[in-house]
Design a binder for this molecule. Structure first.
Ligand SMILES: [Zn+2]
Length: 136
């Protein structure tokens, strides 16, 4: 099954937009990391929940993790995604700790909790990059 190309593209704002720009500029999955204590955090936020520092950078991560949870969509309002139904959206726990949402080509019936996956990003606009989970 080919990946949908003509789908709705969100327009992220504020710090989430900064995250998308970091992924686009590096062509890799980036995650926010605290400059003071080193904690990785996602979704992005202004202050570190551990040390309250507001100093951070978005840095590339290994792009490896495991399936923590999933939701299966049997239909979508977006025609581009509806062609793929049923499809799964994954919550992937990165090896660095945080979890991210990811689209996948994996068949929903074949996905197992704990399954290792590799993550890549796909630029969809100047301001949005979609995260994909691929089987390892
Ligand atoms: Zn910190």
């Amino acid at each position: 099954m080919s990946r949908p190309t003509k789908t709705y593209v969100p327009s992220p704002e504020w710090i989430v937009l900064d995250w998308h720009h970091a992924c686009i500029e590096t062509d890799a999955l980036c995650i926010q990391q605290c400059d003071k204590c080193g904690r990785w955090r996602h979704p992005p936020r202004r202050c570190c929940p551990d040390c309250f520092s507001d100093s951070y950078e978005f840095r590339p991560v290994a792009g490896t993790g495991s399936v923590r949870s999933l939701a299966v969509s049997h239909r979508s309002l977006d025609p581009g995604w509806n062609e793929r139904a049923p499809y799964a959206v994954l919550l992937v726990e990165l090896d660095e700790g945080p979890s991210v949402l990811a689209a996948t080509d994996l068949c929903p019936a074949e996905i197992e909790i704990g399954q290792p996956v590799d993550l890549t990003t796909e630029r969809r606009s100047d301001d949005f990059s979609l995260v994909w989970a691929n089987p390892r």
